[in-house]
Design a protein around this ligand. Structure first.
Ligand code: NAP
Length: 259
């Protein structure tokens, strides 16, 4: 299926590895030119070179911390008028919510809510004028199925989810959509490091923890990042203009409810 976005430009945040990179690759496979961000310059440049080589699209980089004003300015300077915006950043720390102080909550809000809102504000009216825009927020399955150990993530991402829904209807007539992808248990460095932390508490080995995590999933496996990227690319496609304000669970069937 031709997704109808060849020649478009995407700003993909937090994209040197993991889910962000998978989205970048899936878009590049559709002929989308990219601007990628991440904090560490070398892995970012290596990823960009790799994607360029594989897909023959233009790939620029904008190194910086996307949760800061400076990082967002660098991203927008490199990509002032994207057709596609993938909002992503690292997740906040996990732990007992009672151990987090005001600074932790504000930092989580900045990383996983405010920074995405600021980027949307910068680009969305231009998208509407050009009559094409696709915005994807990478959030978390925890938005629909919260867990107390991920309280910082849940609280911040719920805010972004509510905000996105509030403005989605305002832009869909201009062919600009906003959707959230909610991952759980995709094989990435972030997931591996979270599972590693569990071993300290449980006394189990990393392999045992991974086995326990996959055994508890209806899919009996973890998600592959390519699967995540493919869904992202479809939501960014020319065919998805009637699809907005949605929260798409990508969790191998773990979420137990109908809605
Ligand atoms: P990952 O494999 O650790 O990759 C994170 C990527 O984001 C890297 O390229 C990293 O590069 C970049 N990054 C992190 N913080 C950044 C910042 N402040 N500014 C710019 N770039 C930044 O993580 P992932 O698993 O793909 O997770 C992506 C998001 O999905 C996170 O918010 C995570 O909490 C959420 N999530 C993931 C899962 C899952 O199953 N994997 C489940 C639920 C939610 P640098 O370190 O060089 O900046």
């Amino acid at each position: 299926m031709d997704l109808g976005i060849s020649g478009r430009t995407a700003l993909v945040c937090a994209a040197s590895k993991g889910l962000g990179r998978a989205c970048a690759e899936a878009l590049a496979a559709e002929g989308v030119n990219l601007v990628l961000t991440a904090r560490s310059v070398e892995p970012l440049e290596l990823s960009a070179a790799d994607i360029r080589r594989k897909f023959s699209v233009a790939v620029a980089v904008a190194p910086g911390d996307i949760t800061t004003e400076l990082g967002r300015m660098a991203a927008l300077a490199a990509c002032p008028a994207p057709d596609i915006l993938i909002n992503n950043a690292g997740g906040p720390p996990v732990g007992d919510w009672r151990t987090f102080d005001r600074e932790h909550w504000l930092a989580a809000a900045d990383s996983n809510m405010v920074s995405a809102i600021m980027l949307m504000r910068a680009v969305i009216d231009g998208m509407a004028e050009r009559r094409f825009g696709r915005i994807i927020n990478i959030t978390s399955a925890m938005v629909k199925q919260p867990h107390s150990g991920l309280s910082l993530s849940v609280a911040a991402r719920i805010g972004l989810t509510g905000f996105s829904k509030a403005i989605a209807a305002q832009y869909v007539a201009a062919n600009v959509t906003i959707n959230n992808l909610l991952p759980e248990q995709f094989e990435t460095d972030r997931l591996r490091s979270n599972i590693q932390k569990l071993t300290a508490k449980s006394g189990r080995t990393l392999d045992e923890e991974v086995a326990a995590a996959t055994a508890s999933s209806p899919a009996k496996r973890m998600g592959r990042v390519e699967e995540f990227g493919a869904v992202c690319a479809f939501y960014c496609s020319a065919h998805a203009g009637y699809l907005t304000g949605q929260n798409v669970m990508l969790d191998g069937g773990r979420y137990p409810a109908v809605f």
